[in-house]
Ligand binder design. Structure first.
Ligand code: F0G
Length: 312
């Protein structure tokens, strides 16, 4: 843990992401909010923290290929680190349900990407089976090296804030990230409230990164909830959209839709006034620029008069 960049030979400089004070949103909520901008990792999402570890171990084990199911970000990350390690990356995504830029990232790095006629859950089931084959290593978060690497965000938050926050809020898709964050805080001897936001419409949500019906870490998350260490907030599509827009409109921080689930969950909590909160923003807004309503094309004549009239 800590601010050091991993010494891995395939590191791309993951981690050390900014913790940005959110002044306007803090005022709105009556608390002290900080945004952990994980979209500033090398491939634009938090996945890089664990992927660098998992791919390096896969290479050490003599694997031929890493395999993963993905809603997009895991694919982009696996592809980049596999390229550096000289391994093949085999990626299964749900057809028609992932953001274009994420598929482009994976293909750019030479991954073999197959859009399967099925859901993310189908893709994960297939990848678990592939991962049993000789030479293939599964690099979804069921791989413990992924979770191990993802813990590094905790050390950074503690170091950047100077103490543990009262609340840490983040999205809940498959539950790998909250498992890592919970383990990281436990190891650091800190116990903030961990609040996770999930889409009510898991199978169809607009936030495609968390379009997951059966969370792979669901049983573990249920245990953490039972032990009083994690609270789950179930969010409407509108709540996700509003939180995502607030981050951009009020703070200039453009994250992808799923990443706003932590803030949306926080907005729902009673009794949070005066607390110190960190929202983990898991992926960059440019990953899913198509989520922004461009408001149609409105060309303006190339004269000052026309521009002034358009400004109004
Ligand atoms: N936020 C983003 C941007 C994600 O890409 C994901 C998961 C999550 C949150 C949820 O994290 O699954 O650990 O609870 N994306 C995976 C993928 C499924 O394939 O990229 P989780």
């Amino acid at each position: 843990m800590g601010l050091n960049v991993t010494s891995s030979t395939i590191s791309l400089g993951e981690g050390s992401t900014p913790l940005v004070p959110a002044r306007r949103l803090s005022e709105r909520l009556g608390l002290e909010l900080h945004l952990k901008c994980e979209g500033l990792n090398p491939t634009g999402s938090f996945k890089d923290r664990g992927m660098v570890v998992a791919v390096e171990r896969a290479a050490e084990s003599g694997a031929r290929a890493v395999v993963c199911a993905s809603t997009g970000n895991t694919a982009a990350s696996a592809a980049a680190y596999a390229a550096r390690a000289g391994l093949e990356a085999i990626v299964l995504t749900p057809a028609g349900a992932t953001a274009t830029a994420k598929r482009a990232q994976a293909r750019a790095a030479g991954a073999r990407l197959f859009e399967i006629r099925g859901s993310f859950d189908d893709a994960l089931r297939l990848c678990r089976e592939l991962g049993e084959r000789d030479g293939f290593v599964l690099v979804n978060s069921l791989n413990p090296d992924r979770v191990e690497g993802q813990k590094s965000v905790v050390g950074e938050i503690l170091e950047q804030l100077g103490s543990a926050p009262d609340i840490v809020a983040l999205p809940f898709g498959g539950g790998g990230n909250v498992s890592a964050v919970a383990a990281g805080f436990a190891e650091a001897g800190a116990s903030p409230r961990l609040v996770i936001g999930q889409a009510a419409e898991r199978a169809t949500t607009w936030a495609t990164a968390i379009r997951i019906s059966e969370p792979a870490h669901g049983a573990h998350v249920a245990e953490l909830v039972g032990a009083g260490r994690v609270e789950v907030v179930t969010l409407s599509e509108d709540e996700l959209r509003v939180a995502w827009q607030l981050l951009s409109h009020q703070e200039g921080v453009f994250c992808e839709p799923a990443s706003a689930a932590g803030l949306a969950a926080l907005e729902r909590l009673p009794d949070v006034e005066g607390t110190t909160v960190v929202c983990i923003l898991t992926g960059h807004g440019l990953k899913d620029a198509g989520a922004v309503d461009e408001g149609g094309s409105n060309p303006v004549d190339a004269t000052l008069e026309a521009v002034l009239e358009a400004i109004g």
